[in-house]
Design a protein around this ligand. Structure first.
Ligand SMILES: [Fe+2]
Length: 163
């Protein structure tokens, strides 16, 4: 986080593997996500430039991890033709909460994807039809104090772990 972003802590622990499940070391992983009010930093004057965006390098076991703040889903723009079509189909404009990733390593195809929270109320009806079973993360709510959160716990905090 590059600016104060109130919300529930999010702890991400993930692993980069090849098609056979073998860990990939040294992959560059770009991540970005919306804020707890559903806005990306470039949509929100309250957030610093590049807030809730980061770059990581996977370790020998393919793992990378970071701490952030839990995002929420957001509506797409209802302007113009898109709004007309959604209204005509009586569809909502919501995207379920998700974490964007772009993973790069020479010798591999670049992977650009998203990881979705299955607890989001719009997980079954993503307006962009972007959710597939393979993209649903293992989001775990911790009602008890998570070890990584000991120094900064706020009442009612939760951590979430896409894998
Ligand atoms: Fe998004």
């Amino acid at each position: 986080m590059r600016s104060d972003t109130p919300g529930n802590p999010l702890f991400v622990h993930a692993r980069v593997v090849d098609g056979a499940g073998k860990p990939i070391e040294g992959a560059e992983v770009d991540v970005w996500h919306a804020s707890p009010v559903g806005l990306y930093e470039n949509q929100d004057p309250e957030q610093a430039e590049m807030n809730l965006r980061g770059k990581f390098i996977s370790g020998a076991d393919g793992r990378f991890w970071f701490r952030s703040v839990m995002m929420i889903g957001y509506p797409i723009s209802m302007d113009g033709v898109v709004g007309f079509l959604l209204k005509a189909q009586d569809r909502h404009p919501m995207r379920p909460e998700h974490l964007h990733t772009l993973i790069f390593k020479p010798g591999f195809k670049v992977l650009i994807s998203q990881v979705y929270d299955p607890n989001d109320p719009h997980i079954e009806t993503d307006v962009q039809f972007g959710v597939t079973k393979a993209l649903i993360g293992d989001f775990i709510r911790h009602d008890e104090l998570h070890p990584a959160c000991r120094m900064s716990r706020l009442p009612g905090t939760r951590s979430t772990t896409p894998t």
